[in-house]
Design a protein around this ligand. Structure first.
Ligand SMILES: Cc1ncc(COP(=O)(O)O)c(C=O)c1O
Length: 415
């Protein structure tokens, strides 16, 4: 029997993971009335407390306390406290995560760190079709003759790439930014470790959406975006993780004062801070961190397994609705069917994805597209419900029936 709206409403009312998370979900702003958001893979929803947090920093911190805020409002601690608030979501120790800089910068810092730790090995293995910024960062390192790059088409090529026993670090996307394919982190880490190399995971499309077990799967290093499922806000700082066994193994590539063992001693020479602290570089982005702190407060209360179950229920339902409601059109699921192999979003392959995405956005269904033909539905497990999935798929169906998405006004590119 095909799913009905009543079935979706029943899932919302009876799904145990939903009921547990609903109270946290209510502490997010619902957005523009009548709008359905599927953009958590680009920018997550806003916690209701975010404006107040920012206002407090501006008024109490900047306008009034000024330099005293560094001590009174703990601004310098933010990279650590924000990291600790989300560490359980990625299966990391609370002292091993820092919120700082951008994913691209953290990728650079950790690639260079791995090259130092693993010297004289100097090969970086990375996926050919990885998110472009990760590739660009590695290319620049190779141009400076600090590494050689070895590309793989997908994870099945990894064993062969590791065979020469010269690999320092393997940089992988936990979840592909187009198809949402999720790699088997534990199995790949085993293979990487056996070859004497280190792993560096990009968790941008999984952190805050599905459960991740960095320590349990023996990952070495990780980075990820703060502005996607983690809901840190537009341009939010990213996070980085380092396994404690590597924490004090080398100097960081960018040795700034915030990463010094004793920042305010103003010593003439650099001494790396303990563990993950050494990857801090300059003054924390206090305003951005204030926005992030609203999400951090919520994350502290979230059980990652409940989050994962809820995400599974939602994305399985979405796929079933696509199957049942849109079978008449050439819209193909490009994400894996099994939740264990899928990340935060569900991707459809459609010739005309960019125009269809724009038509959906015009109708209040906020999705995104990626070249050449991916239509991405980012499902946030804290704020999406099954009933919304039903409504969004009905809008999609109406657009396909009418063919109105082919209008020339949808040809202009959008972000
Ligand atoms: C998988 C992945 N890695 C890295 C990035 C870049 O992140 P940042 O802009 O924080 O450098 C993105 C941005 O969307 C991404 O999707």
């Amino acid at each position: 029997m095909p799913l009905t709206l009543a079935d979706c409403m029943h899932l919302d009312a009876h799904d145990p993971s939903h009921i547990r998370l609903a109270q946290v979900g209510d502490r997010f702003d619902p957005g523009t009335p009548g709008t359905l958001y599927f953009d958590a893979n680009s920018i997550g929803p806003m916690p209701r407390m975010a404006p107040l947090k920012m206002q407090t920093v501006l008024q109490d911190g900047w306008a009034k306390a000024r330099r005293r805020s560094w001590n009174e409002l703990d601004w310098l601690e933010q990279p650590r406290t924000l990291g600790a608030s989300m560490a359980h979501l990625i299966g990391a120790g609370s002292n091993d995560v820092r919120v700082t800089d951008t994913t691209s910068i953290n990728q650079y810092k950790l690639l260079r760190y791995a090259l130092s730790v693993a010297a004289p090995r100097r090969v970086i293995v990375l996926e050919r079709h990885v998110f472009p910024s990760n590739r660009y960062v590695a290319e620049a390192i190779a141009r400076e003759h600090l590494a050689e790059l070895r590309f793989i088409d997908d994870a099945s090529d990894l064993r062969a790439a590791l065979a020469p026993q010269d690999v320092a670090v393997v940089a992988l996307s936990h979840v592909d930014y187009r198809s949402s394919t999720r790699l088997d982190m534990a199995a790949l880490n085993r293979c990487i470790r056996e070859a004497g190399a280190m792993s560096l995971w990009d968790l941008s499309h999984s952190a805050g959406a599905v459960a991740i077990a960095l320590v349990q799967s023996e990952a070495d290093l990780a980075v990820g975006c703060g502005y996607k499922y983690l809901c840190g806000g537009p341009g939010a700082p990213a996070f980085l993780y380092i396994h404690p066994r590597w924490a004090d193994a080398a100097w960081p590539a960018i040795s700034g004062w915030m990463g010094h063992a004793d920042t305010f001693a103003f010593e003439p020479n650099y001494r790396p801070g303990a563990g993950a602290d050494r990857f801090l570089v300059g003054t924390p982005a206090v305003l951005a961190n204030a926005a992030f702190s609203a999400a951090a407060e919520l994350w502290r209360e979230v059980d990652p397994l409940a989050l994962d179950q809820r995400h599974r229920s939602l994305t399985d339902t979405l796929i079933q609705l696509f199957d049942e409601q849109c079978a008449a059109w050439p819209l193909h699921l490009s994400s894996p069917r099994s939740h264990a192999q899928r990340g935060g979003h569900v991707a459809l392959q459609f010739d005309g994805a960019a125009a269809l995405a724009q038509a959906l956005v015009e109708q209040g269904v906020i999705v995104s597209s990626r070249k050449p033909d991916a239509l991405r539905w980012g499902v946030h497990p804290l704020t999406t419900n099954h009933q919304q999935l039903w409504s969004a798929v009905q809008v999609l169906r109406q657009l396909l029936i009418s063919g109105s998405w082919q209008d020339t006004r949808f040809e202009r590119p959008m972000v």
